[in-house]
Structures are given as C-alpha cells and as structure tokens.
Write a protein that binds this ligand. Structure first.
Ligand code: PGA
Length: 255
C-alpha cells in the first residue's frame, strides 16, 4: 500500500458468530489492540451480524477497533420489514457498512442500482460504505473480469464519494470461501484498474486516497504478499476473521 492510505483490515463475520463471540472474538481482539505499545499500523473493523452490533460496540469501546454492519437499506426509514437503516447502524456505533457483497448480489439478487442506493444512504448517515465488487469465474475465463469489475464500480459507487466515506473491496467471487486467491499480479492489475476508474470519475486526489481492499480467502499465509501490493490497502476477510489468532496475524502482516 502507499500514498498515506492506512490499511484497513475488516472482518466480515457473515452469518457466523453468536453471543459467545462478543467476548471470545471481539473482546479478544480489543484486548490485543489495547495491549499495543503505540498506535497500530492498521485500522481494524469487525462486521458481525446485526443483533450483535450494540453488544460488540460496548465490548470494543476505547479499544480503537471500529464496527461495521454487513448491509443496510437504501431508504432512510419506513415500511421495509426485516431491513435496517443506515442511521440506526450509526446510532448503535457503526462507522462502516458493507454493501453489495457478492453473496447479497446472488442470494438477494441485488443490482448495482440497489447497491448504489445503499451506499448513498450509508454515506448520508455518516458511515463509510465498503462497496464490494468482483467477477465470477466464468467472467474471468471469458476475459471480461476488468470490464465487469470496473462496470460494477461505476454502477455501485455514489457521486460525491471520497476517501472518508468510501472503501472498495475487490472480491473475485471464485475466491470467496474457496481457498483460491487471486495471484498477486491479477490482484494488483485489478486494483490499479479500479483506482484508474475512480481517478477518471472523481479526480486523481480522491482516487489516491480511497482504500481498495482485497477479499477472497485471505489468510495469515498469503496476507503479507497481497497487502504488500501497491494498490492493495487492506483486506475484507471472511473465514479467517472468525479466529482471533488468524485475524490478528493478517493485521500484523501489514508491512
Ligand atoms: P473469505 O470471505 O475470506 O472467507 O473468502 C471474504 C468475503 O466474502 O468477504
């Protein structure tokens, strides 16, 4: 990573974790953060399921850990049963929210149009939107990976985005939860393409400041190599975020 972008190590717990993890995982990481001698070289965020957010907010208070949710609705409030507003997430202590994760794009048929609304709602509520993009294996095999990903960035990132309210997570769908990771060359190439598309739209300064995370089977064994790439500014971590030792080891791999 470079240009003063503090690497962000974000844990996406997905539909995992329960009351036990408030202490065994969030509490454990909070203890590690507070035990550091100086300020960490990374930002760290935990994105647990909705019901755990207030409890984890209380548990990680004063630790320097940040809290994020895994989704929000695109509207401010109203008759949307089962959905959660960005404003409520901010109220319970979130500073981040993941939007447009490929599992939601698949399971809930979310489109770029919905994702950009969610990201806009998140930013309006004062949150930083972690906008997820990534190609499928078929799209990569067809040579369309960059076109698909840059298209998702164009469709899912709101006007007015800046380094404070936007993080992008590049997560090749074929690498999520599979143990397969993008090669460093492929990851760097895609991250650079994403940054170039941000520069075209928002200008070079904004593009240079926005953090672009890699996601997809990041683990202690491959983190250092990925995090060292010029345009990789952290990770969005699923499986390895569920074990404090692994998640912490990934953060420590920040050079
Ligand atoms: P994974 O998930 O680390 O388990 O591959 C990453 C993600 O989906 O955010």
């Amino acid at each position: 990573m470079s240009q003063g972008r503090t690497p962000l190590i974000a844990g996406n717990w997905k539909m995992n974790g329960g009351l036990d993890e408030v202490d065994s995982l969030a509490g454990d990481l909070a203890r590690r953060m507070t035990a550091l001698d100086g300020p960490p070289a990374f930002d760290m965020a935990l994105c647990p399921p909705f019901p755990l957010l207030p409890m984890i907010a209380a548990r990680i208070e004063e630790s320097g850990l940040a809290l994020g949710a895994q989704d929000c609705h695109g509207k401010e409030q109203g008759a949307h049963t089962g959905d959660v507003s960005a404003a409520l997430l901010a109220q319970v202590g979130c500073s981040f929210v993941i939007v447009g994760h490929s599992e939601r794009r698949t399971d809930h048929h979310e489109t770029d149009t919905q994702v950009v609304e969610k990201a806009r709602a998140a930013q309006a509520a004062g949150l930083c939107a972690i906008v997820c993009v990534g190609e499928t294996e078929a799209e990569r095999d067809a040579g369309r990976a960059a076109e698909v990903v840059v298209g998702q960035v164009a469709g899912s990132v709101p006007e007015g985005s800046n380094p404070d309210n936007l993080v992008i997570a590049y997560e090749p769908v074929w690498a999520i939860g599979t143990g397969k990771t993008a090669t460093p060359e492929d990851a760097q190439e895609m991250h650079a393409a994403i940054r170039a598309s941000l520069a075209d739209r928002f200008g070079a300064d904004v593009a240079a400041g926005v953090r672009i995370l890699y996601g997809g089977s990041m683990k202690p064994g491959n983190a250092a190599e990925l995090l060292a790439l010029a345009d990789v500014d952290g990770g969005l971590i699923g499986g390895a975020a569920l074990k404090a030792d692994d998640f912490w080891a990934i953060a420590e791999a920040v050079a």
